[in-house]
Design a binder for this molecule. Sequence first.
Ligand code: ATP
Length: 210
Amino acid sequence: MSIRALFGGTFDPIHQGHIDTALALLDELNIDALHLMPNSVPPHRPQPAATAAQRLEMVKLACNTDKRLVAEDFELRSQQPSYTVKTLQNFKQQYPQDTLLFVMGMDSLVSLDSWYQWQQLTDLAHLVVMPRPGYELAQASEALGHYIKQHQCQQPGHLHQQSEGYIYLANTPLRDISATAIRNGLHTKNHHDTVPAAVAEYIEQQQLYR
Ligand code: ATP
């Protein structure tokens, strides 16, 4: 039985805040494969600066750094809006033998109760949450905080004992990097400090985020 993780996001662009933490998580939880999955943004929402194809290409370039990283185009391929519950149902069917982890940053966890059918997520996978500067569990609503406490598991070993149901707060390094800041040029103008080298070259070549 393998441990398979799914890490979704807009990835506009993918950056070291995603990659450094994902690489640390691979080791912390002995993950066999971690799928980085750009989502498709519904037409009524503000659109990403880069096209879906460009976001996927940047994810592919970032995945070249470790063979356990997989660029996942599932949500971009499907014609439906991206709902995590639906995606996890699909992955469960596709990899019935595997333990499934759904990975997110703490900013996503504290607003999880705004997601479609959020309480079903732990019926389909373990949730693994990576710390992020500026976000803490205490920012979750009372109902969500209660739900997190009910599902929280302290020992990473427990994630291997059942295939879904737990919420695990990971010990990955803090990275104060966001895609918004990169797009707005708030970090440094030199993308090499905030995104993998191949992604920085791609951003320059495609003249993105000017
Ligand atoms: P934006 O600034 O456009 O909202 P972002 O930097 O948050 O983008 P996303 O692609 O939206 O990046 O994030 C995808 C996932 O990665 C989310 O679960 C988010 O919580 C997590 N994440 C993003 N940046 C970090 C970071 N620096 N540390 C930990 N998790 C992160």
